[in-house]
Design a protein around this ligand. Structure first.
Ligand code: NDP
Ligand code: GDR
Length: 371
């Protein structure tokens, strides 16, 4: 019998990789997508199956985390063996602008799924994975951060995710539901949303190298993150739901890097060495040398400046995870190093931006949205 999975947030970075992963394992995959005025399925278009064919194994349903009746009806129809709750308003800075929406979708949204499992009497059938986050650790209490490190959330996003974390634990303890939190540290990829810092950097580096953009503006360059590759992390989501017992797990690489060093690594991929000068809001980066003749970037050119609009009201300065529990008990290990991740993202963005260069050369309009 093939297993049936229901993925909320199927159109996001992790939803797309997880769908691929589960389809390869022979699952029937159902995904929740939001109605939008334009197609929003870019990341999963290669998996799309015409609704007119029979025996599809990848099926999309309209819905929203803020709509309990919709979620309950879908779970009743799909009767999933596994639910992966990946849907969220996932941008930390945006959550300061949309705190109530974030609380509803990211916090109460999780409750809606757990309640649906209970109302439908699926406690013994349906396992659920909750996309928890290293943002729960927020203000540094201890490093590296593990399953026993106390939480101190520092944004409306993290506070909403904290509710989701505990309601998942509570439904496991109260009703015996197989419900787990994966406390995942930052994970990136070529399909990472364009406004997260890594993708913003690899896109801008590619555009600057190709002469499509002058400068990159960033916020806090000192923030340190434990960055892994999303492909490694979705494998772990599945492993978490296959374990004998429902538990909570930290997933991380155990290494941390500043935003500034991520910029350095990205520019190095196009043969550019940068020199950083100044401090705080006055910090800038200039091209010291350029060894790749394919990219004609002027020596001394200013390619990065700090813009305080990207500072957060409360910041998470340092994240570094201790995934030894998952390493030991589940045998999980990352296959990608940070250098592989940067290379993968840069190669993909250079290819994408070459399309823009082609359009620009032909006097066609290109997207100039750098947020
Ligand atoms: P993305 O932002 O790429 O994807 C989020 C998904 O949630 C999208 O499919 C989005 O739909 C959907 N979504 C947002 N709001 C709603 C809503 N109200 N109802 C239904 N769907 C909604 O996130 P990632 O793939 O990077 O992350 C997946 C999950 O893991 C998120 O919950 C995130 O908070 C969490 N997480 C991510 C980490 C990371 O480093 N990537 C680390 C730790 C946790 P649409 O495409 O229409 O916008
Ligand atoms: P984060 O990711 O907040 O860790 O949340 P993001 O890439 O947005 O920020 C990482 C760090 O970079 C600093 N930064 C900037 N960030 C953005 N987005 N844009 C900038 O211009 C910029 N300049 C500096 C930030 O201040 C921050 O310190 C991600 C999301 O995927 C969450 O959903 C997830 O839960 C956590 O990772 C783990």
């Amino acid at each position: 019998m093939k297993k049936v999975a229901f993925i909320t947030g199927v159109t996001g970075q992790d939803g797309a990789y997880l769908s691929e992963f589960l389809l390869k394992k022979g699952y029937e995959v159902h995904g929740l997508k939001r109605r939008s005025s334009l197609f929003n399925t870019d990341r999963i278009d290669h998996l799309y199956q015409d609704p007119h064919i029979e025996n599809r194994n990848f099926i999309l349903h309209y819905g929203d985390m803020n709509d309990s009746t919709n979620l309950t009806r879908l779970i009743q129809e799909i009767q999933p063996d596994e639910i992966y709750n990946l849907a969220a308003m996932s941008h930390v800075q945006v959550s300061f602008e949309m705190p109530e929406y974030t609380a509803n979708a990211d916090g109460i949204g999780t409750l809606r799924l757990l309640e649906a499992i209970r109302l439908l009497g699926l406690e013994n059938k349906t396992r659920i994975y909750q996309a928890s986050t290293s943002e729960l650790y927020g203000k540094v209490q201890e490093v590296p951060q593990s399953e026993t490190t106390p939480f101190y959330p520092r944004s409306p996003y993290a506070v909403a995710k904290m509710y989701a974390y505990w309601i998942t634990v509570n439904y496991r303890e109260a009703y015996g539901i197989y419900a787990c939190n994966g406390i995942l540290f930052n994970h990136e990829s070529p399909i990472r949303g364009e406004t997260f810092v890594t993708r913003k950097i690899t896109r801008a580096t590619s555009r600057i190298a190709l002469g499509l953009q002058d400068k990159l503006y960033l916020g806090n360059l000192d923030a340190k993150r434990d960055w892994g590759h999303a492909k490694d992390y979705v494998r772990m989501m599945w492993m978490i739901l296959q374990a004998d017992e429902a538990e909570d797990w930290v997933i991380a690489t155990g290494k941390t890097t500043t935003v500034r060093d991520f910029v350095r690594l990205s520019f190095a991929e196009v043969g550019v060495e940068l020199e950083f000068k100044g401090e705080g809001v006055n910090e800038k980066a200039y091209v010291r040398s350029c060894s790749n003749p394919e990219y004609q970037i002027e020596i001394g050119k200013e390619v990065l400046a700090v813009d305080p609009r990207y500072f957060r009201p409360t910041e998470v300065e340092l994240l570094i995870g201790d995934a030894s529990k998952a390493n030991k008990k589940l045998g999980w290990e990352c296959q990608y190093e940070l250098a592989d991740l940067v290379k993968d993202m840069m190669q993909s963005d250079l290819n994408l931006m070459k399309k823009d260069q082609y359009l620009k050369d032909g006097n066609y309009r290109t997207l100039n949205y750098y947020e």
